[in-house]
Design a protein around this ligand. Structure first.
Ligand SMILES: NC(=O)c1ccc[n+]([C@@H]2O[C@H](COP(=O)([O-])OP(=O)(O)OC[C@H]3O[C@@H](n4cnc5c(N)ncnc54)[C@H](OP(=O)(O)O)[C@@H]3O)[C@@H](O)[C@H]2O)c1
Length: 257
């Protein structure tokens, strides 16, 4: 029986991904900081789908926590076939005004913890000849993002890193998928400090976390390298390659509002 480890499983896309795996009879290790919420989700999934669900509470902005999750799986003989690096957050504002401690935490969570979890889990997946990794990037990965400079750069890293290691793992039975959602209805915008205009305009209707999770889950199971959610997002992400970079940055700044 297979097991999926999901970071950021207490809300939004990560929570919905947990239900996608459980529906297919895949056991789960769910991680995030919110113990109570994770435990409620674990109980709900166990009672509805009868799969085993373990909870590992961790703040992945702390340096040793990615290793601790891996150690927990080793100690409890939980073999991971699906690794879902979903936990992440953003922050808005001019870079010069940003809080450097928050920037460091964002880089630690969005980049370092994701990289470390891949490094720790890939060897066993490769030895077993099977493994699927989903790294949640963003459409922010495709261009620089004025007023969200650090966040966009972290997601460019996730996309570039995922494509590179997916290529390295070709033929091993292990695949790495970079999921690139556009704006999605979750707690992300509020946590990042978005106002109700600009990209997260409150009058607009955004895809639900469930829709994005189901799309990402299918792409993961197919072993796709990059999965951009939504036709308009797909066109926008790819269009940026055909314009001069200084135009792309200006257009992005305008769209950020
Ligand atoms: N929503 C969007 O518009 C959008 C668009 C593109 C990409 N994304 C990406 O999608 C991913 C999921 O975000 P979401 O939209 O589903 O947002 P969300 O509802 O805010 O969920 C974020 C998840 O990450 C966890 N998390 C946050 N800080 C953490 C930390 N320090 N340590 C461990 N876990 C932490 C949260 O759990 P706790 O608070 O319990 O720790 C939560 O489970 C992120 O990587 C985000 O960058 C989102």
């Amino acid at each position: 029986m297979k097991t999926a480890l999901i970071t950021g499983a207490s809300s939004g896309i990560g929570k919905e991904l947990a239900y996608c795996f459980a529906k297919d009879g895949i056991h789960l290790v769910l991680s995030a900081r919110s113990n109570e919420t994770l435990t409620e989700i674990a109980q709900d999934i166990q009672s509805k789908f009868g799969v085993k669900v373990s909870v590992f509470v961790a703040d992945l902005t702390a340096h040793n926590q990615a290793h601790n999750i891996w150690q927990y799986c080793q100690d409890n003989q939980i073999s991971i076939q699906y690794l879902i690096n979903n936990a992440g957050f953003g922050d808005t504002g001019l870079f010069e005004n940003t809080d450097m401690i928050k920037n460091e935490r964002m880089i630690q969570l969005n980049i370092t913890a994701l990289t470390e979890l891949c490094r720790l889990f890939i060897p066993n997946m490769k030895a077993a000849g099977f493994g699927k990794i989903l790294n949640v990037a963003s459409t922010a990965a495709f261009q620089p993002g004025p007023t969200m400079a650090v966040y966009f750069a972290t997601k460019s890293y996730v996309l570039s890193f995922s494509e590179a290691i997916n290529n390295e793992l070709n033929g091993t039975g292990v695949s790495v998928t970079a999921l690139c959602p556009g704006p999605t209805e979750t707690k992300f915008a509020e946590a990042a400090g978005f106002k109700s205009d600009g990209i997260f305009d409150s009058k607009k209707k955004f895809p639900s976390a469930k829709e994005v999770a189901e799309f990402g889950y299918k792409a993961l199971q197919k072993g796709k390298s990059v999965a951009i959610h939504g036709t308009i997002n797909y066109i926008q992400a790819n269009a940026s390659r055909f314009f001069p970079r200084n135009w792309v940055v200006k257009i992005t700044r305008f769209m950020m509002g």
